[in-house]
Design a protein around this ligand. Structure first.
Ligand SMILES: Cc1cc2nc3c(=O)[nH]c(=O)nc-3n(C[C@H](O)[C@H](O)[C@H](O)COP(=O)(O)O)c2cc1C
Length: 164
């Protein structure tokens, strides 16, 4: 794949450079049109606005959960703690039922909510913007929940944790 404005062989360089940006790790969830829970690991989550309360993340076109997120009116973002790396791995896996054997509770509009997150945001989709090979979803925060612990981080293509 070529990247507009950069020679095609710069894709790796772009990924590596973007990997210098240290982020948290989150799991985005929603319901598909059949009412089945879907989710994916994301590190594109960001704060947008306090008044009104808005957050964003971006979903890559073509991955199986994409269609559900593109159509969804609501999504939940679970900010993972450093004890939840297995959950990040589970939701970053390609294919399969990521919710198999996992406890979840229905939230706003039936949103699948997972336990143990450091912070959880239930959102109504406020805007959808094209973002190249991703779709940018901006959500109005309807509800917040907080847990305890330290964040799981991602940088340089690897999980990290805060130095104690
Ligand atoms: C740390 C990390 C961050 C990720 N961030 C994003 C993201 O922001 N947006 C995205 O579309 N995919 C992201 N992914 C990849 C998706 O999690 C992955 O493509 C998706 O879970 C695949 O879903 P599927 O198994 O249903 O195909 C990330 C993966 C990891 C490990």
């Amino acid at each position: 794949m070529s990247i507009s404005g950069l020679p095609p062989d710069e894709g790796r360089a772009l990924r590596d450079a973007l990997g210098d940006w240290a982020t948290g790790v989150a799991v985005a969830t929603t319901l598909d049109p059949a009412g089945q829970p879907v989710g994916m690991t994301v590190n594109s989550f960001a704060a947008v606005s306090l008044q009104p309360p808005l957050v964003l993340w971006s979903a890559r076109h073509g991955v199986p959960p994409f269609d559900a997120f593109e159509l969804a009116d609501h999504f939940a973002i679970h900010v993972l703690s450093d004890r939840q790396q297995p959950l990040s791995d589970r939701f970053a896996r390609v294919g399969g039922d990521k919710f198999a054997g996992l406890d979840w509770q229905p939230g706003h509009a039936g949103l699948p909510l997972l336990d143990g997150a450091l912070a959880r945001f239930q959102c109504r989709v406020a805007h959808r913007y094209p973002g190249g090979d991703h779709l940018i979803l901006v959500g109005e925060v309807l509800d917040i929940a907080r847990g305890a612990g330290a964040p799981l981080l991602f940088q340089g293509g690897a999980y990290r944790t805060l130095a104690r």
